[in-house]
Design a protein around this ligand. Structure first.
Ligand SMILES: C[C@](O)(CO)[C@H](O)COP(=O)(O)OP(=O)(O)OC[C@H]1O[C@@H](n2ccc(N)nc2=O)[C@H](O)[C@@H]1O
Ligand SMILES: Nc1ncnc2c1ncn2[C@@H]1O[C@H](COP(=O)(O)OP(=O)(O)OP(=O)(O)O)[C@@H](O)[C@H]1O
Length: 289
C-alpha cells in the first residue's frame, strides 16, 4: 500500500479570552480559531514498524522523535483500537516550534486522521476525539481543521463557522515561547473567574462583520507573552507600520503574530516588507479558513 499523507495546518487564535482558572490548574478559554494554508505535512507508510522520521526546516527544533506528539497520538490510538494497523510516520516539519501555531497539535491530529484512514474508521469515531483530548488542549480543534469557537480547555467546539477566507501574514521572530509560563504569567489562583467580554457563538457572514467581531475580543495571553518575549512587540509594530494591516495580534501563547489584510496581494506586499526588515524571521503570507 502506498504511503498516506495529511496536511497539518497551523492553528491561529483570532481571539482568545481567558475566562478563569479551573481547580485542575488549566484555564477556561473562549477562542475563535481558524486554520492556515501554511502547515506541516505528515506521511504514513502502512505496515512498517511504528516509528517517526523528522525532516524539514524546523525538524531539529521539534526535539527528539521519541517525545513527538505524533507518536503520543499513535500510542493513544493503539491503546483504544484493538489490533490497530500502524506504520512508519515521516513528518515534514515547516512550522516554527513553540510558536502559538499549535504545530505539534496539528501534527498529532494529522496522525490520528492518517490512522483512522488506515483502519477504516469514520472521521467522527469518538476514540479519535478521546485520544486528541489526552494528547493536548489544542489537538481536538485540529482534528477537523475548520474555523470554530473553542471553549473549555479546548475540548468544547462549535460547529464549523462559515467565514470568508481571510488573507493574512504570519510572523515569528524566532523566540520559542513555551505555553505553560505564559498561562502562569496571568497569575490567576485556581478557581478565579475573570470579567470581560465573552464571545458571540456565531459570526456575521460578511468580511467587515467578521473583522469587527475579531477586533472586539483581544488575546488575553499577549501581556504575559510580551513579558517573556519582548520581540513580540517589535513584530507587531513592524506589521502595523504598513498600510496593508487591518488588524495585528498574537496567536495563542505566542510568539507568532498575524496581520489580517484585505486580500492576498496586500498580504504578499506586507510579507515582503517585513522580510526585508528582518531577514532571519519566519514570514508567511497565507489564507485562513
Ligand atoms: C494557548 C492555546 O494554544 C490556545 O489555543 C492552548 O490553550 C494551549 O494548547 P496546548 O499547547 O495544546 O496546551 P497543553 O499542552 O494542553 O498544555 C500546556 C500547558 O498550558 C497550560 N494550559 C493549557 C491550556 C489551557 N486551557 N490552560 C492552561 O493552563 C497548562 O499549564 C498546561 O500544562
Ligand atoms: N510534532 C511536533 N512539532 C513541534 N513540537 C513538538 C512536536 N511534538 C512535540 N513537540 C514539543 O512540543 C513543544 C511545543 O511545540 P508546538 O510547536 O506544538 O507549540 P505551540 O505552537 O506553541 O503550540 P500551542 O499553540 O498549542 O501552544 C515543543 O517545544 C516540542 O518540544
Amino acid at each position: 500500500m502506498h504511503r498516506l499523507t495529511e496536511r497539518a495546518p497551523a492553528k491561529i487564535n483570532l481571539t482568545l479570552r481567558v475566562l478563569g482558572r479551573r481547580a485542575d490548574g488549566f484555564h477556561d478559554l473562549v477562542s475563535l480559531v481558524a486554520f492556515a494554508g501554511a502547515g506541516d505535512l505528515l506521511h504514513l507508510v502502512p505496515g512498517a514498524p511504528l516509528g517517526l522520521d523528522l525532516t524539514g526546516p524546523t525538524a531539529l527544533a521539534a526535539g527528539p522523535a521519541g517525545d513527538n506528539l505524533v507518536l503520543r497520538a499513535a500510542a493513544g490510538f493503539a491503546a483504544l483500537v484493538p489490533q490497530a494497523r500502524l506504520g512508519a510516520f515521516v513528518l515534514e516539519k515547516r512550522l516554527p516550534v513553540a510558536a502559538g501555531l499549535g504545530g505539534g497539535s496539528a501534527d498529532a491530529a494529522a496522525a490520528l486522521r492518517l490512522l483512522a484512514r488506515l483502519n477504516d474508521l469514520p472521521a467522527d469515531d469518538p476514540r479519535l476525539f478521546a485520544v486528541a483530548q489526552d494528547v493536548g488542549s489544542d489537538v481536538p480543534a485540529c482534528l477537523d481543521p475548520r474555523a470554530r469557537i473553542m471553549r473549555g480547555r479546548g475540548e468544547v467546539l462549535s460547529a464549523p463557522l462559515r467565514i470568508a477566507p481571510l488573507a493574512c501574514v504570519l510572523v515569528n521572530c524566532g523566540a520559542a515561547v513555551p505555553t505553560a509560563p505564559v498561562f502562569r504569567g496571568l497569575g490567576l489562583p485556581p478557581g478565579a473567574r475573570l470579567a470581560g467580554p465573552d464571545h458571540p457563538d456565531g459570526l456575521p457572514p460578511d468580511a467587515d462583520g467578521v473583522l469587527a467581531a475579531i477586533r472586539a475580543v483581544p488575546n488575553d495571553l499577549e501581556p504575559p507573552a510580551l513579558t517573556i518575549a519582548p520581540a513580540i512587540g517589535t513584530a507587531k509594530a513592524l506589521l502595523a507600520g504598513g498600510p496593508e494591516a487591518q488588524l495585528v495580534r498574537m496567536s495563542g501563547s505566542g510568539a507568532t503574530v498575524f496581520a489580517l489584510t484585505a486580500d492576498c496581494r496586500a498580504a504578499a506586499a506586507l510579507a515582503r516588507r517585513v522580510k526585508a526588515a528582518e531577514p532571519s524571521w519566519w514570514v508567511k503570507p497565507t489564507m485562513l479558513r
